[in-house]
Write a protein that binds this ligand. Structure first.
Ligand SMILES: Cc1cc2nc3c(=O)[nH]c(=O)nc-3n(C[C@H](O)[C@H](O)[C@H](O)COP(=O)(O)O)c2cc1C
Length: 215
């Protein structure tokens, strides 16, 4: 349900709820986890696609992950919220979020925060986010964009998500990638990414099981 509709119909009358459990087979626990990698910056000449591509490519090497990608620059989501008429980009991203067992948000830091494009995308949706584990890939100057991540954590609390501890962060971001987008220290990055995705998948499976009604 989109946030505008949710706000009008429900937010004043009931607390945030998690999806109802429905029974499933125990084998579902082991099936691949669907991870949506979302590129959050839309600026012309942006760097965002470089770490996003790297994270998605690392995930694609694993047989326990099915990778999906969403680039907010391609989607061009509306910035005026209304609840009349469907926008194809909203339908597309909403479907991807609904299908995802976990989401990786790729964010730069803009003025010690995260970009407006990302907040717009987050706010368009509500139920789609519920009980979804979120991991962050961040980049920026000395701090590697960690201010953006910490702000996003507080936003995602309101949507009933679980933001994981590990962050793939790139301080002084150009140092970490060659011009062709390949990492300058591939082994170290692969090690960090392995731990990050292991943690993300633990939560994705736990929450997927919880949503499916078995422990
Ligand atoms: C509007 C704006 C504000 C920025 N503010 C910061 C900042 O506060 N701290 C920092 O380390 N880098 C800052 N940067 C540098 C960005 O992190 C860097 O340019 C990064 O590449 C931006 O992501 P993008 O290329 O995907 O848009 C800023 C960049 C922009 C465009």
């Amino acid at each position: 349900m989109r946030y505008v509709t949710y706000w009008k119909e429900q937010i004043m009358t009931r607390p945030t709820t998690l999806p109802d459990p429905t029974p499933r087979s125990a084998r579902d626990h082991e099936r691949p986890v669907r991870v949506l990698v979302m590129t959050g910056s839309t600026r012309e000449g942006r760097f965002g696609p470089v770490p996003a591509r790297w994270a998605a490519e690392h995930a694609r090497l694993r047989d326990d992950i099915d990778v999906d990608v969403a680039d907010l620059a391609d989607l061009d989501l509306p910035t005026v919220m209304n609840d009349h008429g469907a926008h194809p980009a909203l339908a597309s991203l909403g479907g991807q979020l609904h299908a995802a067992d976990a989401v990786v948000i790729v964010t730069p830091v803009y003025n010690r925060g995260y970009p407006a494009s990302l907040k717009n995308a987050i706010d368009w949706f509500h139920d789609e986010w519920a009980a979804t584990p979120i991991g962050f890939v961040s980049y920026g100057g000395r701090t590697g964009g960690i201010e953006a991540v910490e702000q996003l954590r507080t936003v995602f609390v309101e949507l009933g998500t679980m933001t994981i501890r590990n962050v793939l962060t790139f301080p002084d971001y150009p140092d970490h990638f060659h011009d062709d987008g390949t990492p300058t220290a591939p082994d170290a990055l692969a090690g960090a990414a392995a731990g990050f995705f292991d943690q993300l998948l633990w939560w994705a499976r736990a929450l997927r099981d919880a949503k499916a009604g078995h422990s």
